[in-house]
Structures are given as C-alpha cells and as structure tokens.
Design a protein around this ligand. Structure first.
Ligand code: THU
Length: 131
C-alpha cells in the first residue's frame, strides 16, 4: 500500500462536510477520494426524513468518481464535524472494496485534522464479498 501526504485530501473532505445535509443526526461528514490520475472527488452525507434513504459521504464521493469514469483510486479521506471521529459504515466498506485495491484511508475530526489516523482499506473489511 502506498501512503500519500493526506493534508490536501483531508482539507477537501472537511470543506465537503460543510455541505452535509444532516438535519436528523446533526453529524456532518465529508469525504475526498484521490483517483489514480490525481483528480479529487468529494462527497458529503445526505440524509432524508425516510431515514433509510440516507447516503454516507464516502459513497457519494465514490459514486461521483465512478460516474465521471474514474475507477482507480489512490486514497480516501474522511472528516467529521463534532466530537465523534469518523469510521466508515459497513455498507461503505463493501462499496469501497468493490473498487479499491489496498489504499490508505485517512480519518480525522474537522477540529483536529493533524491528528488523523490511517488504516489500509484491506483492513476495513477482511473477506469482503466479491463475485
Ligand atoms: N455517516 C457518513 O456519512 N459516513 C460515515 O462514515 C458514518 C456515518 C453519516 C450517515 C448519517 O447521515 C450520519 O452520518 C449519522 O449516521
């Protein structure tokens, strides 16, 4: 797995979190995905009054990249606003496993970007489902 300098990616994820639509949980999340050709796609969580329709920031960023024809990724950054630092949900881990090789996932709270953690995507969902 190749590490990157995550400062720009984390900063972009924090900016994306400002766009989050999270009136129910009040938990705002932003994600920034770096593609193999060094393009960055961002996403934020978008909630719905029918709660199950909510989509996480990570999947918005991944689907946005896929929709633009980008399928190879180098790194993902996730930033949340509020006390609880982010950790991708099971659904996002499975979606990431579909498209990523083993890439670094950087996590941080918006208030402490420099205190980021890094986890290899392969460790997020061992034995993910693949056809
Ligand atoms: N959420 C994300 O966007 N990403 C995560 O990694 C975890 C959870 C969102 C979904 C929902 O809008 C809110 O956070 C609370 O679960």
């Amino acid at each position: 797995m190749k590490l990157i300098n995550p400062v720009k990616l984390l900063t972009d994820a924090r900016t994306a979190a400002n766009c989050a639509y999270a009136p129910y949980s009040k938990y705002r999340v932003g994600a920034a995905l770096l593609t193999a050709d060094d393009t960055i796609f961002t996403g934020c969580n978008v909630e719905n009054s029918s709660y199950g329709l909510t989509i996480c920031a990570e999947r918005v960023a991944i689907f946005s990249a896929i929709s633009a024809g980008k399928r190879k990724f180098k790194a993902l950054a996730i930033v949340s606003k509020g006390k609880k630092s982010p950790s991708p949900c099971g659904a996002c881990r499975q979606v990431l496993a579909e498209f990523s090789r083993n890439i670094p996932i950087y996590f941080a709270s918006a208030s402490a970007l420099k205190k980021f953690r890094c986890i290899p995507s392969a460790d997020l969902l061992p034995e993910s489902f693949k056809l």
